[in-house]
Design a protein around this ligand. Structure first.
Ligand SMILES: Cc1ncc(COP(=O)(O)O)c(C=O)c1O
Length: 392
């Protein structure tokens, strides 16, 4: 007999599943190229002014718990950022809760928005924690299709067909992980309309809001008149501080219907006391300070996106949409020689030392695909794509 809850047995996180095996190969002397984890801070330096702000906060003894909802000056900076960059108007610091990354925000929001037995609509393919946290919370995750043939945009008819009394929110991930798609204004509005018809909020994960190459990103809340939107966002990716764990939830609530959900998130925030105080102080500097690093990041990543797309498009056994944002590319692989995308990924790692993620780890629609992170410099990407080419 082994101890432990059944509840955790369904948690899957394909992005990190093979890391131990890759480390074992590395310990045996093999060179491994990691293209599995979307961590830009591994490849780009955190800007000096943000690092200095963190060090200063620590040196000044800001080592105490911050208010559970987040430092007031950070919540103010978040409102300003959402207004200036994403066009979300009317937010006040009271509408914002600072979280330990979007990851914590997802947990708090799901627990506050739905009860055991309720349903949440989640995109397929999707960032895996939405499904896992739903299960853990006793919520039934129901997936809606995103269509590869339509640049991986959500199939609104499929969303409609799954609506019902038990559905308590529609999750949108835009720009999208794993597909790199950025949705059109029309598509976002169609989804807002469905949510409005059923009187439920849209939960909009916009963590890649500033990592856009083409297409026009429009924040969900900026397009909604009266439909409530729970925004999830953070500083991990844009400000290169993944390890500092800084994110936020905001409640865009023109009709004042989200009071219970907001209070639920705040109660849970109090229960876990506080988010890292020095990181929050530095977060204010990141949001209010110079933004040159964001332009540089996006311009370097655009080159890496173009290079990766070009290489993959040249492989005869691959079909690929060009990502418009994020740092992921999600090609479909001709699997004649392999039983599944999982086997492809394991064999690629064993034979060529390149670690990518199997598409089925992101949902049923991801089957037959793989997710490749294009964060590394072009020389390393070149080496990785040469190896993938040899493997084919
Ligand atoms: C869509 C999406 N949401 C949330 C997260 C988690 O971000 P954070 O570092 O803020 O927890 C990620 C990380 O890869 C992501 O891709």
């Amino acid at each position: 007999m082994t101890l432990g809850s059944n509840r955790v047995s369904m948690i899957k996180y394909a992005i990190r599943d093979l890391v131990n095996y890759a480390k074992k190969l590395e310990n045996e002397g093999r060179k491994i190229i990691y293209l599995n984890i979307g961590d830009p801070a591994l490849f780009f330096e955190t800007p000096l002014h943000i690092r200095e702000a963190l060090a200063k906060a620590a040196m000044e003894g800001k080592s105490y718990y911050a208010p559970s909802e987040g430092l007031p000056e950070l919540r103010e900076a978040i409102c300003r950022k959402e207004q200036e960059i994403n066009g979300v108007s009317g937010l006040t610091p009271d509408d914002v809760v600072v979280t330990a990354g979007v990851s914590e925000g997802i947990q708090l929001v799901l627990l506050s928005v739905a009860d055991v037995g309720d349903e949440i609509l989640i995109p397929d393919p999707s960032y895996p924690p939405y499904v896992s946290y739903s299960f853990l919370s006793g919520i039934k995750p129901r997936t809606y299709r995103c269509l590869e043939g339509d640049g991986w945009r959500p199939d609104v008819d499929d969303i409609r067909s799954k609506m019902g009394e038990k559905v308590k929110a529609i999750v949108l991930i835009n720009p999208n992980n794993p597909s790199g798609a950025v949705y059109s204004e029309k598509k976002v509005k169609e989804i807002i309309d469905v949510a409005g018809e059923y009187g439920i909020p849209v939960i909009s994960d916009e963590i890649y809001d500033q990592i856009i190459y083409d297409g026009c990103f429009r924040s969900t809340a900026s397009l909604s008149d009266d439909v409530p939107v729970i925004g999830l966002n953070g500083l991990s990716k844009t400000h290169l501080i993944t390890g500092w764990r800084l994110g936020y939830v905001y409640f865009y609530d023109p009709e004042g219907v989200l009071g219970g959900v907001k209070e639920g998130v705040k109660k849970m925030a109090r229960m876990r006391l506080s988010v890292n105080t020095p990181a929050q102080v530095a977060g204010v500097v990141a949001l209010n300070g110079p933004k040159e690093h964001v332009r540089e990041l996006v311009s370097s990543l655009k080159e890496r996106r173009d290079y990766s797309f070009k290489r993959l498009s040249e492989f005869p056994n691959v079909y690929c949409n060009k990502p418009q944002g994020t740092f992921y590319i999600f090609p479909k692989i001709n699997l004649e020689k392999w039983r599944s995308d999982e086997e492809f990924v394991v064999e690629l790692l064993k034979n060529k030392g390149v670690l990518i993620v199997s598409g089925s780890g992101f949902g049923e629609e991801g089957r037959g695909h793989v997710r490749i992170v294009f964060l590394p410099p072009i020389e390393l990407l070149e080496e990785a794509f040469d190896k993938i080419e040899e493997f084919f």
